[in-house]
Write a protein that binds this ligand. Structure first.
Ligand SMILES: Cc1cc2nc3c(=O)[nH]c(=O)nc-3n(C[C@H](O)[C@H](O)[C@H](O)COP(=O)(O)OP(=O)(O)OC[C@H]3O[C@@H](n4cnc5c(N)ncnc54)[C@H](O)[C@@H]3O)c2cc1C
Length: 477
């Protein structure tokens, strides 16, 4: 794969001197640790990526220091990978060509909280943002289940949806990202401002086309949320109840999480022992206190029993994790804590209302594929993704599982690939046109876009003109 990085042997101590006054860490153990993310969820990616390491870890504290890092990378032609909390799942933040890892977590100031928005530095942790917002009566419109260690810059560069998306849609939905600012990798790095729709040209580009410095996101008024787990005897009843909850009018039952988890997965939730009995499929949800009665009534209609209903204070006093740590990709993590042979996949369900088809697929997939479904809303319409636990045997069996989904019109957003076009996404030429403008030497996250290697010789305008041919859909993790 071609890039303009100078990949010969380097004098890293000399580079470190050029980077002053930025904090530079060259301790090999730390650099190796920070070269990893959660790619090990996938045995396939684990085999490919576990020996890919950067050379120096940089921790800029200000955007001026970040600009200095990028300037040095440009003049020395060194590959660069931006890193937030390193919680991405596809090796998005793994340096394939060595070089500089720029960790943004010291750039973490909350700059402004206003009516319906928050403006922050890219390295701010989302749990910290939510804490600051709560004091002012607001909360993030959505955040990933990794909020405690993931940065907001990593979320907009690598993530797609999360807790809140059942009410407010995915990140890419109009109005959710208000503004992004990103630095170029040039002799004199320039900060570019992307407002509203233009922010999608940087969003979900895996840090390929600019170093995000500042993020402004939509916020919503905070509510007194109650975390609930409701048990069901059959997956059909559980999924049907989940869909009914996801579809209920906001004013009847508001909710910021709506997940359905197979009983075989629930049996791995050791932290819930004494709260949730084994052997039951679960609806996992967060609803406002004033809608609890309506929730109980709806769940009872489908034969559900409320096993857990706790406010955040009650949960904290009981030393339990958030209910969302049993949803989204945290579900996989709960299983992996007991058995490292599990992995997962990302599946788009064609018709969320068709519970019979969902259950038929569950039956067809057999004993090594255990579903859990995450409901969201896209432009007001209920959507659902399945992130099944898969007991990994080999790549051939995984391919067979994927083919079984696809044969019935389900979409596989393959979680076991390490290029941005890989997990069923069309090449996004708007992303690549901005890469040409902001990173003309192709130093940012080299090796993660197959399409870039084909179009990098074209002027940005010509790359952009290809955009009609496709744009990235987000993966559902
Ligand atoms: C247990 C678990 C649960 C998860 N749940 C969810 C979920 O609910 N929703 C969801 O969307 N994702 C989820 N994810 C994926 C991931 O946690 C989120 O997308 C998270 O927000 C990534 O943030 P991070 O700071 O860890 O990013 P990193 O992993 O550090 O980086 C992600 C990507 O963004 C790039 N990047 C980071 N910072 C910048 C920057 N300043 N400028 C440009 N590029 C940058 C990196 O190069 C990389 O390509 C989950 C992952 C795990 C392991």
């Amino acid at each position: 794969m071609r890039n303009d990085a100078n990949e010969g042997p380097r004098d890293w101590s000399q580079i470190a001197r050029k980077l002053e006054p930025v904090e530079v860490i060259d301790d090999p153990v730390t650099v190796k640790k920070r070269s990893r993310d959660f790619f090990w969820y996938s045995p396939i990616l684990n085999a490919q990526l576990r020996r890919s390491f950067g050379d120096l870890l940089l921790r800029p504290k200000t955007r001026e220091e970040l600009a200095h890092c990028l300037q040095v990378a440009h003049s020395e032609q060194i590959p660069v990978v931006l890193r937030g909390g390193g919680t991405g799942n596809y090796g998005q933040a793994v340096p394939l060509k060595g070089g500089l890892i720029i960790e943004t977590t010291a750039m973490n100031r909350i700059l402004e909280i206003g009516e319906g928005f928050v403006r922050v530095e890219a390295g701010a942790l989302m749990a910290d943002i939510n804490t600051a917002l709560a004091a002012e009566g607001w909360e993030m419109a959505m955040f990933p289940s990794t909020q405690d260690i993931a940065t907001v810059g990593g979320f907009v560069a690598g993530g797609s949806a999360g807790i809140g998306s059942i009410a407010n849609g995915p990140l890419r939905q109009k109005g959710n990202i208000v503004q992004l600012k990103a630095l170029s990798v040039e002799a004199q790095p320039v900060e570019h401002v992307f407002d509203a729709d233009a922010a999608l040209q940087i969003h979900h580009a895996w840090g390929l086309n600019g170093a995000i410095t500042e993020v402004t996101l939509r916020t919503v008024p905070s509510r007194d949320w109650v975390g609930c787990m409701i048990g069901f005897d059959s997956y059909l009843a559980c999924y049907t109840a989940g869909f009914a909850l996801a579809s209920a009018p906001e004013e009847t039952i508001g909710r910021k999480l709506c997940s359905v988890v197979d009983a075989r997965i629930v049996d791995y939730f050791r932290r819930l022992e004494g709260y949730v009995p084994k052997g039951h499929h679960l609806v996992v949800t967060l609803v406002p206190r004033e809608h609890m009665e309506a929730l109980r009534a709806l769940m009872a209609t489908h034969g559900g029993v409320v096993h857990l209903a706790m406010s955040d204070a009650e949960r904290a006093a009981a030393k339990l994790p958030h209910v969302f740590e049993f949803a989204y990709n945290h579900t996989t993590l709960q299983v992996l804590k007991s058995d490292r042979s599990a992995t997962y996949q990302q599946i788009g369900v064609p018709d969320p209302s068709d519970a019979a088809r969902v259950v038929a697929m569950r039956d067809r997939q057999g004993d090594d594929v255990w579903p859990h479904h995450e409901f969201t809303r896209v432009d007001g319409k209920v959507a659902v993704a399945d992130l099944p636990i898969i007991w990994f045997r080999d790549a051939a069996r995984l391919a067979e599982i994927n083919a079984t989904y696809e044969a019935d019109g389900f979409t596989v957003y393959d979680a076991h690939v390490n290029v941005i076009e890989g997990n069923h996404m069309q090449p996004d030429y708007r992303h690549l046109a901005w890469k040409k403008r902001l990173d003309p030497k192709g130093l940012l996250n080299p090796g993660k876009s197959v399409e870039w290697e084909k179009v990098r010789h074209l002027p940005a305008e010509e790359i952009e003109a290809l955009a009609g041919r496709g744009s990235a859909a987000d993966d559902p993790s």
